[in-house]
Design a protein around this ligand. Structure first.
Ligand code: ADP
Length: 464
């Protein structure tokens, strides 16, 4: 069953229930009011009769009929206690039998409903007393057909009005629901098109200017599409980058093997080149595995207390070896500090930042390392006086395979894959920290690594 039909049925059923309830309440209230009015009218008539009634010297009842102003619908009878009809109302059908013979037995004022010749009467029986002696009975009756007619009319009117309103509400509900659900059908239509065409660049147009749930849904859906498209593109680019990186060493290996086959000899030079390309491939595969683990938070980490000042000394020594004396590597600021982390991974981050500083700065320049504590955070700074990173590249620098200045960085001796910073970024993230970069072309670059001083700070303290 469609949502539209379901909603229409629910509206209509609810409205029908409300109308039914209201009709019952109104019918009962009007009926009660009418019955009360009728009884009080019967009482008034009975009082008028009693006011104009007397007993003559012979003990007979006498009634001054000329003083009575009673509507034609009323019948009245005066009965003696012996059961003889003393006075009967005039005009219309006459009843010689008592309006309600059973009422006498009750011995008190009584309202009753009785049938006479297929008509229903409301009868008021009043005892007539002289002093403490009972001398007779007065019975006043009123035909009920008027009330019954009104009640039947009410039922007919209520039924017709209810049926009409239910039909109107069902129709209007059907139209309004259709209109309200139209954008959903549109969303379903466009989503189907996206699925069929695999075109993630499509968006669902937001038609209504209102800030309603539907436009909210469309906006959220469009955001999801943007994200999916970005992920999809990143994945595509990643595949293209990996294939590209794999192709170069494989071509070199193939070329060298071909050369040796033609020469029918093991050429030392070719073997060395093959070996270096195999090393490069092994590094690439290792880096790829590492980054995929780090990105998904599955990188195994041995969290232990790490003496960061010690680690920084170690890094500075290794950088000196790497730079082969071409750069001045100095530790500017340092103090003993311990954090909880994976020492090997942190060393990998710092070596990567340090070796980049060596790679991308000219001979004779200075590379400064420092370690400071700022609030609940520890900051490791690696600053060089190198070529710098162009501003437009800065925001992409931590992306996989991103290399800022292709012409400069893609030389054989640099030989990076553009994965080092991405790996460092994720390792630091997995420690609850963050890397920041600041750079100016031909002035230098500063990388700052922020790490929480204690593990409990990772979640709670915002970065400065
Ligand atoms: P790579 O292996 O290419 O060095 P990274 O991910 O470590 O890969 O670095 C990405 C790019 O960022 C580098 O190719 C380089 O263009 C730029 N870069 C990183 N560090 C520096 C730096 N200290 N000075 C200048 N450019 C840098």
């Amino acid at each position: 069953m469609s949502l539209r039909l379901r909603l229409t049925i629910i509206y209509t059923a609810l409205l029908s229930a409300v109308i039914l309830l209201l009709s019952i309440v109104m019918y009962s209230m009007i009926s009660v009011v009418m019955v009360n009015q009728r009884d009080s009218r019967l009482e008034r008539v009975a009082n008028t009769i009693i006011d104009n009634l007397w007993v003559d010297v012979n003990g007979d009842f006498q009634l001054n009929r000329s003083a009575l102003e009673i509507d034609a619908g009323y019948k009245y009878q005066i009965w003696s206690t012996e059961g003889q009809l003393q006075i009967n109302s005039e005009g219309g059908d006459q009843f010689n039998a008592s309006l309600d013979p059973n009422a006498f037995e009750q011995g008190q004022t009584l309202y009753s409903e009785v049938n006479h010749e297929e008509s229903e009467y409301r009868v008021l029986t009043v005892p007539l007393d002289r002093g403490s002696e009972r001398i007779g009975w007065l019975q006043v009756g009123l035909i009920m057909s008027a009330i019954q007619y009104t009640q039947q009319l009410m039922i007919a009117v209520f039924t017709a009005a209810s049926a009409f309103s239910i039909v109107v509400v069902a129709l209007v509900g059907w139209l309004i629901t259709g209109q309200a659900l139209e954008p959903l059908s549109e969303i379903a239509r466009i989503t189907r098109k996206i699925t069929n065409s695999n075109d993630l660049s499509r968006r669902i147009p937001v038609k209504s200017a209102q800030n309603d749930e539907i436009s909210d849904l469309i906006l959220t859906f469009n955001q999801t599409l943007v994200r999916l498209e970005r992920l999809f593109n990143t994945q595509q680019r990643f595949l293209a980058d990996v294939s590209h990186e794999l192709r170069t060493p494989l071509t070199v290996i193939k070329g060298n093997v071909g050369l040796m086959r033609i020469m029918h000899t093991f050429d030392e030079e070719s073997l060395k080149s093959i070996e270096s390309e195999v090393d490069r491939l092994t590094r690439l595969v290792g880096d790829l595995l590492l980054i995929s683990q780090a990105e998904t938070g599955q990188l195994p980490m041995m969290m232990k207390p790490v003496y960061v000042d010690d680690l920084l000394f170690e890094i500075s020594e290794e950088l000196k070896i790497l730079s082969e004396g071409e750069h001045r590597i100095i530790i500017e600021d340092i103090k003993p500090m311990i954090i909880l982390g994976d020492r090997d991974r942190l060393k990998q981050v710092l070596l990567n930042l340090g070796s980049n500083a060596v790679k991308y700065s000219p001979e004779g320049s200075v590379i400064r390392l420092s370690l400071k504590e700022k609030g609940h955070w520890l900051q490791i700074k690696i600053q060089d006086e190198g070529y710098g990173i162009p501003q437009e590249d800065l925001k992409f620098i931590f992306e996989r395979f991103y290399r800022a200045d292709k012409s400069r960085t893609r030389t054989k001796e640099n030989g990076g894959f553009g994965l080092g910073l991405a790996i460092s970024y994720w390792i630091v993230r997995n420690h609850g920290g963050r890397i920041e970069v600041e750079s100016e072309e031909n002035v230098g670059t500063i990388f700052r690594v922020w790490l929480p001083v204690s593990q409990s700070e990772i979640v709670t303290t915002p970065l400065p």
